[in-house]
Design a binder for this molecule. Structure first.
Ligand SMILES: [Zn+2]
Length: 249
């Protein structure tokens, strides 16, 4: 009895992402990846199907966690991985790890990793293993959309099956090419160790008459923002305006 209940889809609309009923519904889904330190906020079994959870959504979580600035912040703060290990941040010219609370271990493969910035002062220059591509930016946006949709489901339940979000659902799953934008803060706040997410629902109405569902996320002081409905960043919310680099994809 218990097992069959756990394996059932909770909503007549199907899985929150693929809208199908046949993907299995045994797993719990974490809106914030466990490797960001989240073991508390979960969607109960029956909302997201196992096929989405272990497939596309898991890929998005991993891409988000391995995005170089986020991977470095996780390493510096010693946020353990899902498997309970301390993370390592891999860069093109160095590997950064923190074997204990008190030690940061930097293994470099290039003399150019350190730059002199003053007497007895050096700055670590981490270079990505490859340039950030348009696809990387789109993946970051899809990961943010996924998290926002799941948090909004926790708060608003069935309202998140709104047909206005269907295109976003398909783009999250990679069923159609993603297009939109992401704003990334240039500099994080080193004192902020929180992971937070804020979204707006019901949709906000922009002056252009278009609806938006903006999302702001803070990851250990780094700010990210995007929108689940508004694809063209004509009017960026004031909270995002100061967030620096705007990446349209
Ligand atoms: Zn699904």
């Amino acid at each position: 009895m218990e097992a069959s209940r756990v394996n059932a889809c909770l909503n007549s609309e199907g899985c929150l992402f693929c809208r199908l009923h046949d993907g299995g519904f045994r797993s719990r889904e974490h809106p914030f990846p466990e490797s960001l330190g989240n073991d508390e906020i979960v969607l109960p079994p029956g909302v997201v199907c196992d096929r989405c959870n272990f497939g596309r959504l898991s890929d998005l979580d991993n891409a988000f966690l391995n995005y170089p600035p986020i991977s470095l912040l996780r390493t510096m703060y010693g946020i353990k991985t899902k498997a309970g290990k301390r993370p390592m941040s891999k860069w093109g010219n160095a590997r950064v790890s923190m074997p204990t609370e008190a030690n940061i271990y930097i293994e470099t493969n290039s003399e150019k990793t350190w730059r002199t910035v003053g007497p007895n002062q050096y700055e670590l220059q981490l270079r990505g293993s490859r340039p950030i591509t348009v696809d990387d930016t789109a993946t970051m946006a899809r990961a943010l959309w996924k998290m926002a949709l799941e948090f909004a489901y926790i708060d608003h339940g069935g309202a998140m099956f709104d047909s206005r979000l269907d295109e976003t659902r398909r783009m999250i799953l990679g069923q159609e090419p993603a297009h939109g934008w992401v704003a990334l803060a240039r500099k994080g706040d080193p004192n902020d160790r929180q992971v937070s997410l804020r979204y707006w629902w019901p949709p906000v109405m922009h002056e252009t008459g278009e609806e938006g569902m903006p999302v702001l996320m803070g990851v250990f002081g780094m700010g990210l923002g995007t929108d689940l409905l508004k694809r063209v960043p004509v009017q960026v919310p004031p909270e995002l305006a100061e967030h620096g680099d705007l990446n349209v994809f």
